[in-house]
Design a protein around this ligand. Sequence first.
Ligand code: ZN
Length: 363
Amino acid sequence: MPQISFATNKRQFHIELNERVKQYFKDNNMSQRGNSALFFKAFFMYAVVLSCYYVMVFVQPESVVLNLALLTVFGTFLAFIGFNVMHDSCHGAFSNNSNVNEVLGYSMNFLGAESRFWKVKHNVLHHTYTNVDGVDDDIFKPPFLRMSPNQPYNRMHKYQSYYMLVLYGVSTMFWVFWMDFQKYFTDRVHTTDLPKKKLGDHISFWVTKLFYIGFYMVVPIIMLGFSKFIFGFIFFNFVMGIVMSVVFQLAHVVEGAQFADAQETGVLAIDEDWAIFQLKTTYDFCPDNKFLTWALGGLNFQVEHHLFPKVSHVHYPEIRKIVIELAKKYDIPHNEFKSFGEALSSHFKMMHKLGYTPVLAKV
Ligand SMILES: [Zn+2]
C-alpha cells in the first residue's frame, strides 16, 4: 500500500467539531448509536425483502406486472438493507452493543458478499483515503471505468457515461461471483493486504457463498424453473446494483470533488488536515428530502458520515447543522446538492469529463 500522510496543521476545525458534536450528544442525553426507530426500520426492511421473496418464489402470482413490481421492490430493499443495516453495523454505529453490530454486520453476507473484506475496503481504505487513487478501491474500476483524473485513459472511456449504468447493474453479481473470490484468494483489497485468514474467516466466506447459491438460486430454480429464475435473478440484481452504485458514487465522483494520486509514486503527502480533506472530497445530497434520508441510511449525508462514521445515520441531519456552522467559521466548503437530479447530473457530467479528456487537470 502507498505511504500516505495528512498535514497536521489546520487541525483546529476537526478538534472544535469533535467537541461540539460530543457536547450535542451530552446536552441531549443521547447515544451516538442507533435508536428504536432504526431497529424498527431494520425489521421493516427485512420483512419487505422476505415477503417479496415468499410471494415470488412460493405463491407465484401470474401477473407479469406484479412480478416485475415485486422484483423491483426486492432489489431496492436489498440495497436499503445494505445502506441502513449493514453499513451502520459494519461501522459499529447501529447499536451500543458490539454483538448486535457484529451480527447485523452479517447483513452484508445476507446480500452475498463477505463483510470482513468490506470492512477493510470501506471502513479503512475508502474512509481514510477518500478519492485517493491507488488506495480507495471505490474509484478503481479499470479497464471499463475511469473514475479519477489520475487514472490511465483508454478510448472506451469516451463512452463511459453512456454504458456505466449497465456496469452498475451487473456490479452486485460481479461482486458476489468475482471480486469477493479475488479478495479471498489474493488476500488483498486493491493495493492493501488483508489480515491473515483464520478458520472462522474461511467458514464465513464459504457459508456465505453456499447460502447465496441456495437462497437466491437453487430454491427459485426448483420452485419456478430455470428461465423464470434467470430473468428474475438478473432483473433484481440490476435494480439493486444501480441503486447501490449510484447512491455511493453521488457522494464522491461528481464535479468539484477533490481527487489525489498515490498510485504513481507510491508516496503521497496530502497538504490538508484529514477532516478538511473529507469535506473537499465529499458531497451531501437532498438533505431536506425526508424519504431519501429514511431510505438511504444517511448516505445522502456523506460529509457527516465521513467525519463521524461511528455515529449512526439517524443523527446526521442535526450534526450537519454543526458541520455547516463550523465550515463557515473556518472557511472550508461544505458541499451539497439540493436535489437528487442535480447530484445525478453532476455524476454523469463528471464521468463524461473523465472519459472524454485523456488528461484532466486535477480537481
Ligand atoms: Zn461508511
